[in-house]
Design a protein around this ligand. Structure first.
Ligand SMILES: Cc1cc2nc3c(=O)[nH]c(=O)nc-3n(C[C@H](O)[C@H](O)[C@H](O)COP(=O)(O)O)c2cc1C
Length: 261
């Protein structure tokens, strides 16, 4: 039998595909732990970036060490201790029958349809155990995509220490300007809540004027991207409100002694 028969070609092709699939699946299994570690590292990096805590020369692990992850029951604002935080995936939970709840149209300011009953928050305390800051996961619809980010609040639970999205599919140069460092820098020091603990933060259509009496609550809209800007405003309204972190923040204010009422 010559080397160019159909049978031989098929045998060689078959053997080659078996060898290739063994190599590829072997590599996937072999690299799985590295992939999980990198995913975890990436998440920590995003969280630190939102809080403005990434520092050159310091490792992500070192900087993240002062944060403690806690699972919050959004309906009560209490910590929920019965789920393993290490394996909890808030995005998957939102869609699961066990942990997900549908959001009615009238309440769905963030345009997300479902949310997890529990949210994974990150709390930093100083050496004396006093609250330094907290990082809250937020997400909501822009124009083309769902934007996923983290909002860092100071110990007064209203001053914004940082706000950044780590995933979205908005248009570069338009809605994608949510990633512009100049736009992100504006959020730092703004107030999420007014003196009565109502949501104060807004994203304007246009620019904030420096002597605006509400300067501390206002952030410039993204030019040519009103829909994304509105999405950012509304997702914050959702997550800081009654159906988001309000109960958790109320509890924390009472227990950490920053309750103004
Ligand atoms: C190709 C293309 C991509 C766009 N991407 C975005 C976007 O990412 N975010 C957004 O809000 N508007 C985007 N727009 C513009 C919207 O359709 C809409 O005109 C805009 O949000 C209105 O904002 P303005 O009132 O600031 O002009 C895009 C438009 C086009 C044609």
């Amino acid at each position: 039998m010559g080397n160019d028969t159909i049978k031989k070609t098929l045998i060689v092709a078959g053997l080659l595909s078996i060898v290739c699939s063994v190599v590829v699946s072997g590599a996937a299994v072999f690299l799985r732990s590295d992939q999980l570690r990198n995913k975890d590292l990436d998440k920590k990096k995003n969280i630190l970036m939102a809080a403005g805590l990434l520092e050159k020369g310091k490792s992500v692990e070192e900087l993240f060490a002062k944060f403690e992850a806690k699972l919050v029951d959004l309906a009560t604002g209490e910590y929920h201790e019965d789920i393993d935080i290490a394996t909890f995936d808030q995005r998957k939970a939102a869609k699961s029958p066990e942990y997900g709840i549908p959001i009615s149209k009238e309440l769905d300011l963030a345009g997300i349809k479902n949310r997890s009953k529990y949210a994974l928050v990150y709390i930093a305390r100083d050496e004396e155990g006093l609250l330094q800051q907290m990082i809250l996961p937020v997400h909501g619809k822009g124009l083309w995509s769902t934007l996923y980010g983290f909002l860092a609040l100071d110990s007064d639970m209203t001053t914004i220490n940082g706000f950044a999205f780590y995933e979205h599919g908005e248009t570069p140069g338009l809605g994608g300007e949510v990633d512009n460092p100049r736009w992100k820098a504006q959020w730092i020091g703004k107030k999420a809540f007014d003196e009565n603990w109502n949501i104060g933060i807004e994203v304007l259509k246009g620019k904030v004027i420096p002597n605006d009496p509400k300067f501390q609550y206002r952030v410039d809209g993204l030019s040519g991207a009103t829909i994304t800007s509105r999405g950012v405003r509304d997702l914050l309204r959702y997550w800081l409100g009654e159906n988001g972190f309000k109960h958790f923040l109320d509890r924390l204010r009472a227990s950490e002694g920053t309750d103004r009422g």
